[in-house]
Design a protein around this ligand. Sequence first.
Ligand code: CDP
Length: 253
Amino acid sequence: MSKEDDIVSTEEKTVRLLDDNLKRMDGRKLDELGDIRIEAGALGRADGSCYLEWRGNKVYAAVYGPREVHPRHLQDPTRGILRCRYNMAAFSVGDRKRPGPDRRSVELSKVMGEAIGSVVFTRQFPRTSVDVFVEVVQADAGTRCAGLTAASVALADAGIPMRGLIASCAAGKIEGHIALDLRNEEDNFGDADLPVAIMPRTDEILLLQMDGHLTEEEFFQALDMAMKACHEIEQIEKQALLKKYKEALGGEE
Ligand code: CDP
C-alpha cells in the first residue's frame, strides 16, 4: 500500500457507522432491514409496473410484452427473449451522474436480466420479447436489489409466467460487523457488500456478487442474513400485488 492510500484509509476510518450500542446512524440494528414500500401497477402505459421506495432508494420498474421482436431476425422460434435495462437518472445521486449507459449500468442490466431470465418461462411465448425497464430516480445504495425486487413485482403484475417471485437484498460488513441492507455511507465507508437475489419459494440463488473482503465465515453469515431478509421482502411483494388485484376486483384491501 502506498503512503497516499494509507492517508485515505485513515481518513475513511473517521466516518462513524456504528454507535457504542452497535446501532447504525439511521437507528437500525445490524440485522434490521430498511423500510420498504411497494406499489404494484404504478404506471398506466406498461403491461406491468411497480414503484418501490426502500430507504433512500426510489425505483420504477416497467414491463412490456410478450410482444413481437423487432428487428425480426432477433426472434427465437423456440422461446421468448428477455431484455432488461437498468438506468440511473442523472439527478438520482449526490454528484450529477452523466446521463446514458455506462459500464456500471451495462453490468447491472446484464446480471439483473440473467436473474430474471432464470425464473421466467420463456418457452411459453416463442418469437416474442419481454422488456424490463428499471429506472432509478433516487439512489442510496442497493439499487440493483431494489431494481430486481421492483422488476419481479412488475413482471407478476404483467402476468408473465414465472417459477416464483424474485426477492433481493444485500448484506455487508461495517466496522468489522456483518450488517443487513447497507445505505450509501455504509457501502462507501464499510468493508464489504454482498448483493443477493433469490427465488424465496425454493431458496435458489439468482444473483450473488461481492465487493470488498469477507472471511468464509463472514460470507456465510452475510448470505444467511440477506436470504432471510429476502423472505420478508417476498411477503411485502405479495401484499402489494394482492392490494392491487383486490382493488381492481372492487374488494377491500
Ligand atoms: O446501487 P448498488 O449498490 O446496487 O450499486 P453500487 O455500484 O454498489 O452503487 C452503490 C451506490 O453508490 C448507489 O446506489 C448510489 O447511491 C451510489 N452511486 C453514486 O453515487 N454515483 C454513481 N455514479 C453510481 C453509484
